[in-house]
Design a protein around this ligand. Structure first.
Ligand code: DON
Length: 317
Protein backbone atom coordinates (compact mmCIF):
# COMPACT_ATOMS: atom_id res chain seq x y z
CA UNK A 1 0.00 0.00 0.00
CA UNK A 2 1.04 3.60 -0.34
CA UNK A 3 1.17 3.98 3.43
CA UNK A 4 3.71 1.16 3.63
CA UNK A 5 5.75 2.87 0.93
CA UNK A 6 5.81 6.08 2.88
CA UNK A 7 7.06 4.19 5.91
CA UNK A 8 9.71 2.38 3.88
CA UNK A 9 10.91 5.40 2.00
CA UNK A 10 11.24 7.46 5.15
CA UNK A 11 13.24 4.71 6.82
CA UNK A 12 10.63 4.10 9.48
CA UNK A 13 12.59 3.38 12.67
CA UNK A 14 12.46 -0.02 14.31
CA UNK A 15 12.65 1.62 17.74
CA UNK A 16 10.27 4.30 18.93
CA UNK A 17 11.80 7.78 18.76
CA UNK A 18 12.15 8.19 22.51
CA UNK A 19 14.02 4.91 22.98
CA UNK A 20 16.22 5.72 20.02
CA UNK A 21 16.95 9.13 21.44
CA UNK A 22 17.94 7.72 24.84
CA UNK A 23 20.18 5.12 23.17
CA UNK A 24 21.83 7.86 21.10
CA UNK A 25 22.38 9.95 24.24
CA UNK A 26 23.95 6.99 25.96
CA UNK A 27 26.23 6.26 23.00
CA UNK A 28 27.34 9.85 22.66
CA UNK A 29 27.77 10.87 26.29
CA UNK A 30 29.44 7.69 27.52
CA UNK A 31 32.53 8.89 25.63
CA UNK A 32 32.77 11.86 27.99
CA UNK A 33 35.08 10.80 30.80
CA UNK A 34 35.41 14.25 32.30
CA UNK A 35 34.54 14.96 35.91
CA UNK A 36 35.54 13.20 39.08
CA UNK A 37 34.25 10.67 41.55
CA UNK A 38 33.21 12.17 44.89
CA UNK A 39 36.06 11.44 47.27
CA UNK A 40 35.19 13.23 50.51
CA UNK A 41 33.16 10.15 51.43
CA UNK A 42 35.98 7.60 50.96
CA UNK A 43 33.71 4.71 50.03
CA UNK A 44 32.32 6.63 47.04
CA UNK A 45 35.78 6.49 45.43
CA UNK A 46 35.12 2.81 44.81
CA UNK A 47 32.40 3.63 42.27
CA UNK A 48 32.97 2.50 38.68
CA UNK A 49 33.42 5.69 36.59
CA UNK A 50 32.20 3.86 33.47
CA UNK A 51 28.77 3.18 34.89
CA UNK A 52 26.13 5.10 32.98
CA UNK A 53 22.40 4.43 33.13
CA UNK A 54 19.36 6.31 31.91
CA UNK A 55 15.71 5.60 32.67
CA UNK A 56 12.61 7.50 31.70
CA UNK A 57 9.10 6.77 33.00
CA UNK A 58 6.02 8.43 31.55
CA UNK A 59 3.05 9.31 33.73
CA UNK A 60 1.10 6.49 32.10
CA UNK A 61 3.71 4.07 33.39
CA UNK A 62 5.85 3.30 30.32
CA UNK A 63 9.43 2.58 31.34
CA UNK A 64 12.38 3.21 29.00
CA UNK A 65 15.82 2.07 30.12
CA UNK A 66 19.29 2.27 28.62
CA UNK A 67 22.73 1.17 29.85
CA UNK A 68 23.40 0.62 33.56
CA UNK A 69 19.88 1.58 34.59
CA UNK A 70 19.65 -1.27 37.09
CA UNK A 71 22.99 -0.80 38.83
CA UNK A 72 22.47 0.26 42.46
CA UNK A 73 24.20 3.29 43.92
CA UNK A 74 23.57 5.54 46.93
CA UNK A 75 20.86 8.14 46.55
CA UNK A 76 22.74 10.82 48.56
CA UNK A 77 21.28 14.29 48.08
CA UNK A 78 18.57 13.12 45.72
CA UNK A 79 16.89 11.91 48.93
CA UNK A 80 16.47 15.52 50.06
CA UNK A 81 13.56 16.21 47.72
CA UNK A 82 11.60 13.17 48.90
CA UNK A 83 12.43 13.64 52.57
CA UNK A 84 11.29 17.26 52.31
CA UNK A 85 7.98 15.98 50.94
CA UNK A 86 7.75 13.56 53.86
CA UNK A 87 8.51 16.30 56.40
CA UNK A 88 5.71 18.43 54.90
CA UNK A 89 3.34 15.50 55.19
CA UNK A 90 4.32 14.69 58.77
CA UNK A 91 4.55 18.09 60.46
CA UNK A 92 2.70 20.38 58.08
CA UNK A 93 3.63 23.43 56.07
CA UNK A 94 3.76 25.93 58.91
CA UNK A 95 6.16 23.95 61.03
CA UNK A 96 8.41 23.29 58.04
CA UNK A 97 8.33 26.97 57.03
CA UNK A 98 9.26 28.03 60.56
CA UNK A 99 12.30 25.74 60.42
CA UNK A 100 13.65 25.89 56.85
CA UNK A 101 13.60 28.59 54.17
CA UNK A 102 12.92 28.17 50.46
CA UNK A 103 15.41 30.65 49.00
CA UNK A 104 18.32 29.47 46.87
CA UNK A 105 21.57 29.79 48.79
CA UNK A 106 23.80 30.46 45.79
CA UNK A 107 26.33 28.34 47.62
CA UNK A 108 27.66 24.82 47.56
CA UNK A 109 25.56 21.98 48.96
CA UNK A 110 27.69 21.69 52.10
CA UNK A 111 27.79 25.37 53.02
CA UNK A 112 27.56 26.05 56.72
CA UNK A 113 26.07 29.50 56.12
CA UNK A 114 22.54 30.10 57.40
CA UNK A 115 20.01 32.86 56.69
CA UNK A 116 20.00 36.09 58.70
CA UNK A 117 17.42 34.57 61.02
CA UNK A 118 19.60 31.49 61.48
CA UNK A 119 17.67 28.96 59.46
CA UNK A 120 18.86 26.78 56.59
CA UNK A 121 18.34 28.52 53.23
CA UNK A 122 16.34 25.65 51.74
CA UNK A 123 15.75 21.89 52.12
CA UNK A 124 18.01 20.94 49.18
CA UNK A 125 21.30 21.94 50.84
CA UNK A 126 22.77 19.81 53.62
CA UNK A 127 21.75 22.19 56.43
CA UNK A 128 18.12 22.18 55.29
CA UNK A 129 18.06 18.45 54.70
CA UNK A 130 19.47 17.77 58.17
CA UNK A 131 16.76 20.05 59.57
CA UNK A 132 14.13 17.98 57.68
CA UNK A 133 15.53 14.80 59.19
CA UNK A 134 15.29 16.58 62.55
CA UNK A 135 11.58 17.32 62.06
CA UNK A 136 10.92 13.68 61.22
CA UNK A 137 13.01 12.56 64.17
CA UNK A 138 10.99 14.78 66.50
CA UNK A 139 7.84 12.90 65.49
CA UNK A 140 9.16 9.36 65.12
CA UNK A 141 12.29 9.18 67.28
CA UNK A 142 14.12 5.91 66.72
CA UNK A 143 11.61 4.99 64.02
CA UNK A 144 12.51 8.04 61.92
CA UNK A 145 14.83 6.32 59.49
CA UNK A 146 12.40 3.48 58.82
CA UNK A 147 9.72 6.07 58.12
CA UNK A 148 12.02 7.71 55.57
CA UNK A 149 12.94 4.41 54.01
CA UNK A 150 9.27 3.37 53.76
CA UNK A 151 8.32 6.64 52.05
CA UNK A 152 11.16 6.53 49.54
CA UNK A 153 10.30 2.88 48.85
CA UNK A 154 6.73 3.92 48.02
CA UNK A 155 8.05 6.52 45.63
CA UNK A 156 10.22 3.85 43.98
CA UNK A 157 7.54 1.16 44.06
CA UNK A 158 9.57 -1.43 45.96
CA UNK A 159 11.55 -1.86 49.20
CA UNK A 160 14.85 0.03 49.08
CA UNK A 161 17.99 -1.16 50.89
CA UNK A 162 20.92 0.66 52.48
CA UNK A 163 24.60 0.55 51.54
CA UNK A 164 26.09 -0.11 54.97
CA UNK A 165 29.67 0.54 53.80
CA UNK A 166 28.80 4.00 52.47
CA UNK A 167 26.84 4.75 55.62
CA UNK A 168 29.80 3.73 57.80
CA UNK A 169 32.20 5.71 55.61
CA UNK A 170 30.16 8.91 55.87
CA UNK A 171 29.61 8.40 59.59
CA UNK A 172 33.37 8.12 60.03
CA UNK A 173 34.21 11.23 58.02
CA UNK A 174 31.13 13.49 58.11
CA UNK A 175 32.50 16.12 60.43
CA UNK A 176 31.41 19.01 58.28
CA UNK A 177 27.80 17.83 58.48
CA UNK A 178 28.30 17.38 62.21
CA UNK A 179 29.42 20.98 62.47
CA UNK A 180 26.36 22.11 60.50
CA UNK A 181 24.08 20.03 62.73
CA UNK A 182 25.54 21.41 65.95
CA UNK A 183 25.21 24.95 64.61
CA UNK A 184 21.54 24.15 63.92
CA UNK A 185 21.26 22.82 67.46
CA UNK A 186 22.67 26.10 68.73
CA UNK A 187 19.80 27.96 67.04
CA UNK A 188 17.22 25.42 68.24
CA UNK A 189 16.53 24.30 64.67
CA UNK A 190 17.46 20.77 65.82
CA UNK A 191 16.41 18.97 69.00
CA UNK A 192 18.89 17.68 71.60
CA UNK A 193 19.65 14.33 69.98
CA UNK A 194 21.92 15.78 67.31
CA UNK A 195 23.81 12.54 66.69
CA UNK A 196 20.58 10.59 66.28
CA UNK A 197 19.30 13.13 63.75
CA UNK A 198 22.60 12.97 61.87
CA UNK A 199 22.30 9.21 61.73
CA UNK A 200 18.88 9.51 60.09
CA UNK A 201 20.43 11.88 57.55
CA UNK A 202 23.53 9.74 56.89
CA UNK A 203 21.37 6.62 56.51
CA UNK A 204 18.90 8.27 54.18
CA UNK A 205 21.84 9.34 51.99
CA UNK A 206 23.06 5.71 51.87
CA UNK A 207 19.75 4.33 50.57
CA UNK A 208 20.37 2.26 47.44
CA UNK A 209 18.57 3.11 44.22
CA UNK A 210 18.97 2.55 40.49
CA UNK A 211 18.40 5.00 37.64
CA UNK A 212 15.18 3.13 37.04
CA UNK A 213 14.11 3.70 40.66
CA UNK A 214 14.89 7.40 40.34
CA UNK A 215 12.84 7.61 37.15
CA UNK A 216 9.83 6.02 38.87
CA UNK A 217 10.30 8.34 41.86
CA UNK A 218 10.45 11.35 39.55
CA UNK A 219 7.46 10.13 37.57
CA UNK A 220 5.52 9.93 40.84
CA UNK A 221 6.23 13.62 41.37
CA UNK A 222 5.35 14.36 37.74
CA UNK A 223 2.09 12.45 38.19
CA UNK A 224 0.78 14.57 41.09
CA UNK A 225 1.97 12.09 43.69
CA UNK A 226 0.56 8.87 42.22
CA UNK A 227 3.23 6.28 41.41
CA UNK A 228 2.43 5.50 37.75
CA UNK A 229 3.77 1.95 38.04
CA UNK A 230 2.07 0.85 41.29
CA UNK A 231 -0.92 3.21 41.19
CA UNK A 232 -0.35 4.18 44.84
CA UNK A 233 -0.96 7.79 45.91
CA UNK A 234 2.33 8.38 47.70
CA UNK A 235 1.98 12.08 48.52
CA UNK A 236 -0.59 14.85 47.97
CA UNK A 237 -0.56 17.05 44.86
CA UNK A 238 -0.16 20.07 47.13
CA UNK A 239 3.07 18.71 48.60
CA UNK A 240 4.29 17.69 45.14
CA UNK A 241 3.96 21.32 44.02
CA UNK A 242 6.00 22.54 47.01
CA UNK A 243 8.65 19.91 46.41
CA UNK A 244 8.99 20.64 42.69
CA UNK A 245 9.21 24.35 43.53
CA UNK A 246 12.30 23.97 45.70
CA UNK A 247 13.79 21.52 43.21
CA UNK A 248 13.37 24.21 40.56
CA UNK A 249 14.98 26.97 42.61
CA UNK A 250 17.62 24.98 44.51
CA UNK A 251 17.83 21.37 43.33
CA UNK A 252 21.13 21.80 41.52
CA UNK A 253 22.85 23.96 44.17
CA UNK A 254 24.89 26.84 42.84
CA UNK A 255 24.04 25.68 39.32
CA UNK A 256 20.29 25.90 39.96
CA UNK A 257 19.71 29.19 38.11
CA UNK A 258 21.65 28.06 35.08
CA UNK A 259 19.86 24.70 35.18
CA UNK A 260 16.38 26.16 35.24
CA UNK A 261 17.36 28.60 32.48
CA UNK A 262 18.84 25.95 30.21
CA UNK A 263 16.94 22.76 31.03
CA UNK A 264 13.79 24.04 32.71
CA UNK A 265 12.84 20.77 34.42
CA UNK A 266 12.70 20.49 38.24
CA UNK A 267 15.59 18.26 39.28
CA UNK A 268 17.80 17.10 42.12
CA UNK A 269 21.31 15.69 42.03
CA UNK A 270 23.40 13.60 44.42
CA UNK A 271 27.11 12.89 44.87
CA UNK A 272 26.50 9.19 44.27
CA UNK A 273 26.03 10.24 40.62
CA UNK A 274 22.24 10.26 40.46
CA UNK A 275 19.94 12.91 39.05
CA UNK A 276 16.14 12.93 39.17
CA UNK A 277 14.19 15.24 36.90
CA UNK A 278 10.41 15.49 37.01
CA UNK A 279 8.41 17.26 34.32
CA UNK A 280 4.87 17.82 35.65
CA UNK A 281 2.12 15.90 33.84
CA UNK A 282 4.66 14.31 31.52
CA UNK A 283 7.57 12.21 32.72
CA UNK A 284 10.22 11.34 35.25
CA UNK A 285 13.88 10.88 34.34
CA UNK A 286 16.55 9.13 36.38
CA UNK A 287 20.21 9.12 35.40
CA UNK A 288 23.26 7.54 36.97
CA UNK A 289 26.89 8.33 36.20
CA UNK A 290 29.25 8.94 39.11
CA UNK A 291 31.64 11.39 37.41
CA UNK A 292 30.80 14.81 38.87
CA UNK A 293 31.48 18.40 37.79
CA UNK A 294 32.66 21.21 40.04
CA UNK A 295 29.12 21.73 41.39
CA UNK A 296 29.00 18.02 42.31
CA UNK A 297 26.40 17.35 39.60
CA UNK A 298 26.78 14.29 37.35
CA UNK A 299 28.44 15.33 34.07
CA UNK A 300 26.73 12.79 31.83
CA UNK A 301 23.42 13.08 33.68
CA UNK A 302 23.42 16.81 33.09
CA UNK A 303 24.04 16.26 29.40
CA UNK A 304 21.16 13.80 29.12
CA UNK A 305 18.79 16.27 30.77
CA UNK A 306 19.95 19.12 28.54
CA UNK A 307 19.62 17.01 25.42
CA UNK A 308 16.18 15.65 26.37
CA UNK A 309 14.88 19.14 27.11
CA UNK A 310 16.23 20.56 23.86
CA UNK A 311 15.28 17.64 21.60
CA UNK A 312 11.65 17.40 22.71
CA UNK A 313 11.20 21.05 23.64
CA UNK A 314 10.49 20.14 27.25
CA UNK A 315 11.51 23.35 29.01
CA UNK A 316 8.56 23.94 31.32
CA UNK A 317 8.34 27.64 30.47
O1 DON B 1 25.89 15.07 53.16
C1 DON B 1 26.61 14.80 52.22
O2 DON B 1 27.61 15.43 51.97
C2 DON B 1 26.22 13.64 51.32
N1 DON B 1 25.67 12.57 52.10
C3 DON B 1 25.23 14.08 50.29
C4 DON B 1 25.68 15.29 49.52
C5 DON B 1 25.20 15.32 48.12
O3 DON B 1 24.77 14.35 47.55
C6 DON B 1 25.37 16.59 47.39
N2 DON B 1 25.04 16.41 46.00
N3 DON B 1 25.33 16.78 44.97
Amino acid sequence: SSAANVLRSSGYPTKPPLRRFLTDCHEEFRADNSGQLADYIPELKRANPDHFGIALVTIDGHVYEVGDSQVPFTIQSVSKAFVFALALEMVGEERVAATIGVEPSGEAFNSIRLTNDNRPFNPMVNAGAIACSGLIYEVDGKGAFERVRAKLSQFAGHALGVDEAVHASETATGNRNRAIAWLLRNYAVLPDDVDAVLDVYFRQCAILVTARDLAVMAATLANRGVNPVTGVQVITPHIVARTLSVMTSSGMYDYAGEWTYRVGIPAKSGVGGGIVAALPSQLGLGTFSPLLDKHFNSVRGLKVCEALSARFDLHML
